[in-house]
Design a protein around this ligand. Structure first.
Ligand SMILES: Nc1ncnc2c1ncn2[C@@H]1O[C@H](COP(=O)(O)OP(=O)(O)OP(=O)(O)O)[C@@H](O)[C@H]1O
Ligand SMILES: [Mg+2]
Length: 152
């Protein structure tokens, strides 16, 4: 069952002679449960492509369908809610909220969505990542490795 489909995605940054064709006609389908890695040299367009797939940036042309929804047909607010509920995105620089501790960062997206965190499930994730003793720490008190572990 296809869960994600990208069709002929193009992204051009800028215009005229300095325009950068970051991705040019990229198509992809991903089945439910499939694990996909996008690899390529620096500047080849991996981040650009993932930003399109995650609905963080709009393509110049082409479309992305997730769970049978053409995500770029959604209004900005609908897309924000869709992203919050359906998409997990780990940024190269993490983007943790520096004033919130580890536990608060983990549950923030759930609370933003107006829900109460499922404590049992959150505890399982915390244990899996070995963060039991770090929950009160702020992001800047963590080492890079530990922040990475939280994001796997
Ligand atoms: N906001 C932007 N404005 C203009 N050009 C951009 C922008 N973002 C990316 N680019 C350009 O688009 C191309 C693809 O960049 P992208 O960041 O997607 O590559 P990448 O494969 O993720 O690279 P890396 O491995 O270094 O992270 C590069 O030439 C980059 O300079
Ligand atoms: Mg990148």
């Amino acid at each position: 069952m296809i869960i994600l489909e990208a069709k002929q995605l193009k992204k051009i940054y800028g215009s005229g002679p300095t325009a950068v064709h970051a991705i040019d006609n990229v198509s992809l389908t991903v089945d439910r449960g499939e694990f996909v890695a996008v690899v390529g040299t620096s500047g080849s367009g991996k981040s650009t492509f993932l930003h399109m797939l995650g609905g963080l940036d709009r393509p110049t042309s082409g479309c992305v369908t997730i769970d049978d929804k053409k995500i770029f047909e959604l209004k900005e607010e609908e897309l924000t809610i869709f992203r919050r509920r359906k998409i997990g995105f780990v940024f190269q620089n993490f983007n943790l909220v520096s004033m919130l501790n580890v536990y608060e960062n983990i549950v923030l997206p759930i609370q933003l969505d107006g829900n109460k965190p499922d404590k049992k499930y959150i505890k399982q994730i915390i244990q899996m990542l070995g963060l039991e003793n770090k929950l009160q720490d702020l992001p800047n008190q963590l080492s890079g490795e530990i922040i990475s572990a939280r994001c796997i």
